[in-house]
Design a protein around this ligand. Structure first.
Ligand code: BGC
Length: 721
C-alpha cells in the first residue's frame, strides 16, 4: 500500500478501531495455547470483543496457530487489517542456541549472525512477524536474573552483537516472508536495577546513562530495528513507558526514531502500582503522551483512550500518529497482501532442528564455553574406560535456559548422550550426589557419589543453577552454587582429584570456594539444544575452548556490581604488597578484583602476544591510527583466540575508566602459527560524555593495551592533538 492508501484506510476507521490497533493481547485468549505468559497478567476484556479490532497478539506456538489467529481476526475485522504476530525468540526458536550472555563470550559477531539467521528461518516458518529481540540491557550485577539475556557487561559487545542480530533477522526487505522485524529492548537502563533486584528503580546521571547504557540500543536502531520496548523500571524517578524525556526527547527527537514503541507486558497498567497514575485512565494518558504506541497486555488504551480523546486530554492527532506507525509496519511486512507472512507448516518441519541448524547450535555452544581453570586435567583422554559422571546436571536435559519455547528442553542433548556419541564403549557411572535447588539440604546421595568417584579413572562433575533460577523475576541475593553442590565438589574431588567440573548456569556465579578445590572448571552456561554434544566434545578435546568471559565473576556477592571498566578513585591502590590496607578504596577482606575477570578464558593451547606497534605516536582530531599486535600459537593444538584491545584515557575533564575495551577480533591459529592483528583506532573511539553531557574527545595522552581486563599487557601510548 502507498502512504496515501494507509492514510485513507485510517481515515475510514472508527475511533474504537483506531484504538484497537494499539492493543496487544496474548494469543492464548483466542486459541488453545500452552505458551507461558510472562509477567503480571492484565485483566483483558472478552476475547470476541477484542478480536474484532485488536492490532496484534503475542505468544503463539506454531504456523497453524498463526494462521488460525489471523483467519479468526480477519473474518471479524470489517477493515481487514491483519494482525501483527509477535514472539520472544531470544536464543533460537526450536533449535536453541546458547543464552545471550554465553553468546557474548564467543566475542564472535559472525557467529551471532549465523545463529540469528537460523532463528530467523525458524521464526519466519512459524509465522512470527516481530521478535522481542535483541535485548541489549548492559548489566553489571549478576544478582539480576536477566543478565543472562544480555550479551555482556560491556556496551561495545552488546552494540555489535545486537546490531548483527538485527541485520540478520530483518534482512533488507521486511516484506520477504523469510524476514522478521526486531523489537529492541528494554529502553533504558533496565540492566542496572538497584541491588540487582528485578524491576527495581534505576537512578543514574544522564552522563552515565549516555556513556554506558544508551549506546547499545542506539546501535540496534541504527542497524534498522523497527520497534523498541520501554523498560519496566523507573529511570531517574519516571517509569520508562511514561518517560517523556527518554522517549520523546532522546528517542524520537534526538535519534529520529520513526518506528513503533510497544510497552512491556502490562507496563502501562503498572504505572498505577508505581504510584505515577491514580488509575488506568491516567496511566493510558501518561503512556500516550510519552509516545508509547502499543499497550501490551492491558486494557488501558482500549478502555480509556476514546474518553481521553473526547475530553481533549489526548489529541486525536497523537492517536493517529501512533496508529499510522503500526499500519506502516504491517505494510512494510507485506501483511496486507500476505497476512500469513512466512507461516508454513511444511517449512517448519523442514527447518526445525534440521542437521544444519543443530550444527550451528553445537558450534555456538562450543565457542561460548569458557575454560575458567585447568591444571592439566582437560582435555580428558579418549582412551578412558570408566568415568564417573556426577552432579545434579549429570543427566539433566533442562539445559536450554530461560526464554526457550515450552518443551524445548526435551530436544536437548544430555552429557551422557554427548559422551556416548564420542566414546560408545566407555563405562559411565552416574550419580546425582545432591540437588541443585536453592535451599536443598539433602546430602544423602553424596556418599554414593564419592564411592563412584573413587572407583572411576576420571570424574566429570556437572553442577550449576536450575534452569528456572535465572531469567525474568529471578534475582538472587546469594551467588554461590545452590544447595550442597560446593560440599559435593569438595568431597568428590578429595576422593578423586582427576575431576573436571562443568557448570550450567545463567549468570556469573561466586565460585571462590569451588575454585580452591577444583583442578579444572569449564563454564558451559545454558548451551541450548546441543548442550551435551558440545560439552563432550570440549571435555575430550574434539573442540578447543575459546570463549572469554563477557561478564566478570566476582569473589563475593559483596563486590557487586563489579564492572571491569570501573572508575579510578583518589585512593585506588592497596598496600605495596598488593594486600588491601585501611584508607584505600579497597575491600579489606578480598580486594577489588573479581575471581575471574572480564575477557578471561583459557584454551588447550597457549598464545603469546608480542610487539604491539602503533602506526604513529600522535592522532589528529577526526583521524585514526593503526595498532598492530603479533599473536603466536605457542602450544600444540590449533585454537582460536579473542584478541582484545583496551584503551585508557589517563587524564580528562571527568574521571575515566581504568580500562575500556574498544575493539576485539577472533582469530584461528594452527600450532606454531603467527598472525599480525591490526586494529584501526579512530578519534571517535576516544570520545566520552563530558560533564555538560556532550560527546567529545579531549587532546592528551592515551594508552592502548592488549591482554584482558585487569591483566593488560604491551601498553603503548599516543597523543591526541
Ligand atoms: C518481558 C519482555 C518480553 C515480554 C513479552 C515481559 O515480561 O520483560 O522482555 O518481551 O514480557 O513476553
Amino acid at each position: 500500500m502507498t502512504e496515501k492508501q494507509l492514510r485513507d484506510l485510517m481515515g475510514g476507521m472508527t475511533l474504537e478501531e483506531k484504538v484497537g490497533q494499539l492493543v496487544q493481547c496474548g494469543a492464548g485468549q483466542f486459541i488453545q495455547n500452552s505458551m507461558e505468559i510472562t509477567g503480571p497478567e492484565g485483566e483483558m476484556l472478552p476475547a470476541e470483543e477484542l478480536n474484532r479490532v485488536m492490532g496484534s497478539v503475542l505468544t503463539f506456538e506454531d504456523a497453524s496457530q498463526a494462521k488460525a489467529l489471523q483467519d479468526k481476526h480477519l473474518a471479524a475485522d470489517r477493515n481487514k487489517i491483519p494482525l501483527l504476530l509477535m514472539l520472544d525468540v531470544i536464543h533460537g526458536l526450536r533449535t536453541t542456541y546458547p543464552i545471550p550472555l554465553a553468546m557474548g563470550c564467543s566475542f564472535d559477531d559472525d557467529l551471532m549472525t549465523e545463529c540469528a539467521d537460523m532463528a530467523r528461518r525458524e521464526s519466519a516458518a512459524c509465522g512470527v512477524h516481530v521478535t522481542f529481540n535483541p535485548m541489549v540491557d548492559t548489566a553489571r550485577d549478576p544478582r539480576w536474573g536477566r543478565i543472562l539475556e544480555t550479551n555482556s557487561e560491556e556496551p561495545l559487545v552488546n552494540a555489535r552483537m545486537g546490531a548483527a542480530l538485527v541485520r540478520a533477522t530483518q534482512g533488507n526487505d521486511l516484506s520477504d516472508p523469510e524476514n522478521v522485524a526486531c523489537c529492541v529492548k528494554h529502553f533504558a537502563g533496565y540492566g542496572a536495577p538497584e541491588a540487582g533486584r528485578d524491576y527495581n528503580t534505576v537512578d543514574m546521571s544522564e552522563r552515565q546513562l549516555r556513556e554506558t547504557y544508551l549506546p547499545a540500543y542506539k546501535a540496534c536502531l541504527d542497524a534498522g530495528a523497527r520497534l523498541i520496548m520501554p523498560s519496566f523500571n523507573a529511570l531517574n524517578g519516571i517509569p520508562s513507558v511514561a518517560n517523556k524525556w527518554l522517549m520523546n526527547r532522546v528517542l524520537r527527537d534526538e535519534w529520529g526514531f520513526r518506528g513503533v514503541v510497544i510497552s512491556d507486558f502490562n507496563a502501562v497498567g503498572e504505572l498505577v502500582a508505581h504510584g505515577m497514575a491514580e488509575n488506568l485512565k491516567e496511566a493510558a494518558r501518561l503512556a500516550m503522551e510519552a509516545g508509547c504506541d502499543i499497550d501490551m497486555m492491558q486494557n488501558a488504551y482500549y478502555l480509556h483512550l476514546k474518553d481521553l480523546i473526547a475530553e481533549g486530554a489526548v489529541s486525536e492527532e497523537m492517536l493517529d500518529a501512533a496508529v499510522l506507525r503500526v499500519l506502516r509496519l504491517k505494510n512494510e511486512l507485506g501483511l496486507f497482501e500476505n497476512p500469513y507472512h512466512g507461516a508454513d507448516e511444511e517449512k517448519e518441519k523442514a527447518v526445525y532442528l534440521c542437521p544444519a541448524h543443530r550444527e550451528i547450535a553445537r558450534r555456538a555452544a562450543e565457542e561460548s564455553a569458557v575454560l575458567l581453570k585447568n591444571e592439566g586435567i582437560l582435555p580428558l583422554s579418549r582412551t578412558l574406560k570408566k568415568i564417573a559422571l556426577i552432579g545434579p546436571f549429570a543427566r539433566e536435559r533442562h539445559l536450554v535456559g530461560f526464554w526457550s519455547r515450552p518443551g524445548a528442553w526435551k530436544d536437548a542433548v544430555t552429557i551422557p548422550e554427548g559422551i556416548g556419541a564420542i566414546l560408545p564403549d566407555c563405562e559411565l557411572v552416574m550419580e546425582d550426589g545432591c540437588g541443585a535447588e536453592i535451599g536443598d539440604a539433602d546430602g544423602s546421595g553424596i556418599e554414593r557419589a564419592v564411592a563412584a568417584a573413587r572407583e572411576a579413572e576420571a570424574v566429570i562433575l556437572a553442577l550449576g543453577e536450575p534452569e528456572g533460577d535465572s531469567g525474568e523475576g529471578r534475582s538472587r541475593a546469594e551467588l554461590t552454587l545452590p544447595g550442597l553442590q560446593t560440599e559435593l565438589a569438595r568431597r568428590v574431588i578429595a576422593a578423586n582429584p582427576r575431576t573436571a567440573v562443568v557448570l550450567f548456569n545463567g549468570r556469573p556465579l561466586v565460585l571462590t570456594e569451588l575454585e580452591k578445590v577444583a583442578p579444572a572448571i569449564l563454564e558451559m552456561w545454558y548451551p541450548g539444544t546441543e548442550a551435551g554434544s558440545a560439552c563432550a566434545r570440549l571435555l575430550f578435546g574434539l573442540a578447543n575452548p575459546c570463549g572469554k568471559l563477557s561478564a566478570g565473576m566476582p569473589r563475593s556477592v559483596g563486590q557487586c556490581p563489579l564492572p571491569y571498566n570501573r572508575m579510578n578513585t583518589g585512593r585506588p591502590k592497596p598496600g605495596p604488597d598488593g594486600v588491601p590496607v585501611p584508607f584505600s578504596s579497597c575491600y579489606l577482606d578480598m580486594g577489588n578484583l573479581p575471581l575471574y575477570s572480564f575477557g578471561h578464558g583459557l584454551s588447550y593451547t597457549t598464545f603469546e602476544y608480542e610487539d604491539l606497534k602503533l602506526s604513529g605516536d600522535t592522532m589528529q582530531a577526526g583521524g585514526s591510527l593503526q595498532a598492530v599486535v603479533t599473536v603466536k600459537n605457542t602450544g600444540e593444538k590449533a585454537g582460536k583466540e579473542v584478541v582484545q584491545l583496551y584503551m585508557r584515557d589517563p587524564v580528562a575533564s571527568v574521571v575515566r575508566p581504568v580500562q575500556q575495551l574498544i575493539d576485539y577480533r577472533k582469530i584461528s591459529l594452527a600450532p606454531g602459527e603467527t598472525a599480525q592483528v591490526a586494529f584501526t583506532v579512530t578519534e571517535a573511539q576516544l570520545r566520552f560524555w563530558n560533564f555538560d553531557c556532550e560527546c567529545v574527545s579531549e587532546p592528551g595522552m592515551f594508552e592502548l593495551s592488549t591482554g584482558y581486563a585487569d591483566h593488560l599487557k604491551l601498553t603503548r601510548s599516543f597523543r591526541l592533538i
